[in-house]
Design a protein around this ligand. Sequence first.
Ligand SMILES: Nc1nc2c(ncn2[C@@H]2O[C@H](COP(=O)(O)OP(=O)(O)OP(=O)(O)O)[C@@H](O)[C@H]2O)c(=O)[nH]1
Ligand SMILES: [Zn+2]
Length: 195
Amino acid sequence: MASIDYKNELVAENREQIEKHVREILRLIGEDVDREGLLDTPARVTRMYEEIFAGYAADPREVLGVTFDEQHEELVIIKDIVYYSQCEHHMAPFFGKVHVGYLPSGKVAGLSKFARLVDVVTRKLQVQERITSEIADILFDVLKPHGVMVVVEGEHMCMCARGVKKYGSQTVTSAVRGSFRKDATLRSEFLSLLK
Ligand SMILES: Nc1nc2c(ncn2[C@@H]2O[C@H](COP(=O)(O)OP(=O)(O)OP(=O)(O)O)[C@@H](O)[C@H]2O)c(=O)[nH]1
Ligand SMILES: [Zn+2]
């Protein structure tokens, strides 16, 4: 499931300042900031920040604002929702897929809202564990389902491009709320449907 485009108005307001600081960082790392290839880079980086940090300007609970009543009380799974986030330790990208399963209790959300929720939660400085638990907590709180399970897979550039340099390793995190905590069969059903 593809992600959705948002903008961060906070970045837009501070555009001039951000551009100035990006230019300064370029100078401090040893670049010639006046060479042609870099002239538009501070503005480009700022536009990129508007996109990849759009989560700061949005309320994740609001994206689930429209829910509807539906008497389906069995497992619903939305899998393979792609995300792109930035680790809060290095400001390096990490990305992968989110899989959500929930057991509704009378209230369901439109399928696209799960992808919107993933976008809002991931488009800020994050750690993978917090993405996982935030999505689980918000769904559990807003939809009041019998249970929720969230699995997140991620590849972290801070582990590839620098530091330990372990390319291709995947981090998998999960969070369970409600009936998923107690019911191992339900967890197995969810995990087997992800394959
Ligand atoms: N738990 C968790 N750790 C993360 C995530 N993203 C990055 N990290 C880790 O954050 C840690 C930061 O460790 P530090 O020792 O403070 O920083 P560092 O010296 O740059 O660490 P190295 O990467 O080991 O060189 C590293 O182990 C990263 O791999 C994440 O989403 N979750
Ligand atoms: Zn990192």
